[in-house]
Design a protein around this ligand. Structure first.
Ligand SMILES: Nc1nc2c(ncn2[C@H]2C[C@H](O)[C@@H](COP(=O)(O)OP(=O)(O)OP(=O)(O)O)O2)c(=O)[nH]1
Length: 200
């Protein structure tokens, strides 16, 4: 097979890695360690874009990423003009779900790519509307008790235990899980890297 370019995921997210592997890509993982709490932005989508770029740049600048195409991502939920990442703890997750049920929010995932071979860079934010089911207090308590909501942006998953509590999405569901594959294809093409050349 032609020389394959190294592909690095600048994220510890198991969901992102699983999505990319299922799509035939097998990135090396180099965690950025970026402190997300230190970053401000004009709005939720802008924050997702800025954090994705900071994570990507933090890894692309390391010797370990030399010669690789590096992907950084960040996901945040926009809900009634609030910007929510991962909940601060069980009480926060419960309070959020009591507000979210029966309503909808927008999950924004920022994507940033750097080709370290020529320092070309490209990025974009994908957004998907998520409709939350009318979950009961008991369901909320039980879901939070599993610990899953505490690990994920927005305090919910659509492909895990949270699946029954999301009544639908408008947009790419991959954006909610953590990486939009059609957007990744477009961004890679912008760097003259066909996504098919990254298949393993
Ligand atoms: N499996 C799954 N994971 C989700 C879902 N929604 C959000 N997540 C996860 C994906 C990411 O791991 C996490 C979003 O948080 P971040 O974008 O800050 O990434 P994370 O802190 O996990 O890693 P990183 O900062 O990129 O090293 O939430 C979902 O519907 N399904």
């Amino acid at each position: 097979m032609a020389d394959q370019v190294r592909f690095v995921l600048a994220s510890q997210s198991p969901a992102r890695l699983a999505s990319l592997r299922a799509a035939g890509l097998d990135p090396e993982v180099i965690v950025s360690g970026v402190d997300e709490s230190a970053v401000q932005a004009a709005d939720t989508a802008a924050l997702a874009g800025i954090l994705a770029r900071l994570k990507c740049e933090a890894v692309a600048g390391r010797d370990a990423a030399s010669g690789a195409v590096v992907l950084g991502c960040d996901s945040v939920l926009e809900f009634e003009r609030q910007t929510w990442g991962k909940p601060s703890g069980p009480a926060d997750a419960i309070a959020r779900w009591r507000r979210m049920r029966g309503r909808s929010g927008v999950l924004h995932t920022g994507h940033w790519l750097i080709d370290t071979r020529n320092d070309a860079a490209v990025g974009a934010v994908a957004s998907t509307t998520v409709r939350f089911a009318e979950v009961t207090d008991d369901e909320i308590e039980a879901y939070v008790a599993t610990g899953e909501p505490l690990q994920v942006a927005g305090a919910f998953t659509i492909d895990g235990r949270g699946g029954p509590f999301v009544s639908g999405v408008d947009g790419d569901p991959g954006t909610v899980v953590g990486v939009s594959l059609p957007l990744l294809r477009t961004l890679l093409a912008g760097l003259d890297v066909p996504i098919t050349t990254l298949w393993r």
